[in-house]
Design a protein around this ligand. Structure first.
Ligand SMILES: Nc1ncnc2c1ncn2[C@@H]1O[C@H](COP(=O)(O)OP(=O)(O)OP(=O)(O)O)[C@@H](O)[C@H]1O
Ligand SMILES: [Mg+2]
Length: 501
């Protein structure tokens, strides 16, 4: 390999938050024309590290050298002047503005910034990516997958020299991931340095040239992707060997406990399906296929147009999430944690018991011991990384740890039917295993788990049966002996109107 100069060089970067050393003298070099993965468990310091590059955080020590200029702290302006663009883990779009306006926001388009011009820029990018998004749609009406594509379009349109992607694929489906990878490879070939954070190791192997590992704020090592393997990466991330990805399943599948008959609403048509106690029913489909939308109807968060929901054979009339949870024993763990998953400015323990407050209160006073016990149980079993469950506010947690709080909050309801929408998005390998164990345990206790997931490995590894959505309707159903990635993708993209089940 020719000797190239790094375009970006971080040396001895240190960052301390109250009670946490997020980065403990981390040094990493980044080269042009290279995709560099940054991996580590939830809370390892990945997002904090990249925020020091973009100027969102000032480090407490160390230096950042970019294009030969050395800084002790970046500012967003300096970062932008050096062509540093970042797609953050949490969306950074302005809800009320259109896709096109978001893409062009803050860019110099001449004096006459008109709608037409912005729409044209956006349309060209979407066409180039091969995605069907209307530039005029307000961002709040887009699916998370499409929001992410808008984020990517926004960064790409700015001619980045250093492009940072913090878990960009988490909200994307397989087809969209391919689009993203195509864009990333094209930028890499043009000489852009790319920093890629992901919890999906198959993506690290598919896309990256080198991989750096952080653990608990400490730099562990940098490896050539071609010369390492999954086991070595995991061992470096978690600090111990981890042989299996999925825990063994022993649940007995029982009677049908949830049945949808021609359920229609929230833009989705005629969904009929059955789910049994003890079963994990996997739900697959492209982003925007209507999986989340119909489950929100089941959960009473969105209006039903027609069709029926039966619970344990009885017709149910679910008109609100409160009803769903407390009258019918259904719980939904949403995909969009920031908007509907939890209260970011409250503590972990407060969030965990929020749904069961009436159960653990006496005469309006919360039983502190009980709160502590419940928070402790889920905090420990999912290894939520925080200085103090009772004091730490959720917004200070790393992305993956916030997701764990969302899961804990719903699990604490102890509902009989639990709908997970992308349960492990952004969660590291170790904690994923713990969540799978909790799911198996629920099934062994006769509960029914419905799991919407875009993670193919998880879908195949955890489901007893898989239902595939086409565009806003059912595309098919697969029994365990029929599972294959090809079949699922085939069904998902065929989007015919024939209704399975
Ligand atoms: N604003 C903040 N205030 C207090 N603590 C913070 C803040 N931001 C991050 N931390 C802490 O710093 C540590 C590193 O967090 P960071 O977000 O960098 O992790 P990460 O590697 O990106 O994890 P994930 O995979 O979950 O996204 C965590 O312990 C987190 O709780
Ligand atoms: Mg992060």
């Amino acid at each position: 390999m020719e000797t190239k100069q790094p375009v970006l060089s971080l040396k001895d970067i240190r960052k301390v938050f109250p009670g946490v050393v997020a980065l403990d003298n981390v040094s990493i070099d980044f080269y042009p024309g290279e995709v560099h993965a940054l991996i580590g468990e939830n809370g390892a310091g990945k997002s904090t590290f990249i925020k020091t590059i973009t100027g969102a955080h000032a480090p407490d020590g160390g230096t950042i050298t970019v294009e030969g200029d050395c800084y002790t702290a970046m500012t967003p302006l300096i970062a932008r002047q050096h062509g540093i663009e970042c797609i953050y883990q949490e969306f950074n779009l302005i809800d009320a503005l259109s896709a096109a306006e978001n893409i062009c926001y803050g860019q110099k388009l001449g004096k006459l910034v008109n709608q037409k011009k912005m729409n044209k820029i956006a349309q060209e990018l979407f066409d180039d990516f091969g995605v069907d998004i209307n530039p005029e749609t307000p961002v709040r009406e887009l699916t998370p997958g499409h929001m992410q594509i808008v984020e990517i379009a926004k960064a790409v349109s700015k001619d980045a020299k250093i492009l940072i992607l913090d878990e960009p694929t988490a909200p994307l489906s397989i087809a969209e991931v391919e689009i993203l990878f195509k864009i990333v490879r094209r930028l890499r070939d043009k000489g852009v340095a790319i920093i890629f954070i992901s919890h999906r190791l198959d993506e690290v192997f598919e896309l990256t040239d080198r991989v750096s590992i952080l653990r608990d704020g400490i730099y562990i090592t940098t490896l050539n992707t071609k010369e390492t393997n999954r086991a070595e990466l995991i061992k470096n991330m978690v600090g111990r060997e981890m042989s299996a990805t999925f825990p063994p399943r022993n649940a007995q599948i029982g009677d049908v406990c949830l049945e949808l008959k021609n359920l229609t609403g929230n833009g989705v048509k005629n969904i009929s399906l059955k789910a049994r106690s003890g079963e994990v029913l996997g739900i697959s489909g492209l982003v925007g296929a209507g999986r989340t939308e119909i489950m929100k109807v089941v959960y009473g968060a969105e209006k039903k147009q027609w069709g029926e929901v039966y619970i344990n054979g009885k017709l149910a009339n679910i008109t609100s999430p409160h009803d769903a949870m407390h009258k019918y024993g259904i719980c939904l763990i949403p995909e969009d944690r920031k908007r509907e998953g939890c209260f970011l400015s409250e503590t972990i323990s407060w969030n965990t018991v929020y749904n069961v407050l009436p159960k653990i209160s006496h005469l309006g006073v919360v039983d502190q011991k009980e709160e502590g016990r419940i928070a402790d149980f889920y905090g420990k079993s999912m290894r939520i990384k925080a200085p103090d469950l009772k004091r730490t506010k959720v917004f200070t947690l790393s992305g993956g740890n916030q997701q764990k709080v969302v899961v804990a909050k719903a699990m604490a309801v102890e509902a009989d039917i639990v709908i997970f929408d992308e349960p492990t998005r952004g969660i590291d390998v170790g904690a994923k295993y713990e969540i799978y164990e909790l799911i198996n345990d629920m099934c062994e206790h006769g509960k029914c788990v419905i799991m919407i997931t875009s993670d193919m490995e998880e879908l195949l590894g955890m489901s007893d049966r898989i239902i595939v959505f086409g565009e806003k309707c059912l595309a098919g159903e697969l029994e365990k002996n029929q599972f294959s990635q090809e079949k699922i993708l085939d069904l998902a993209s065929s989007s015919q109107n024939d209704i399975g089940a």
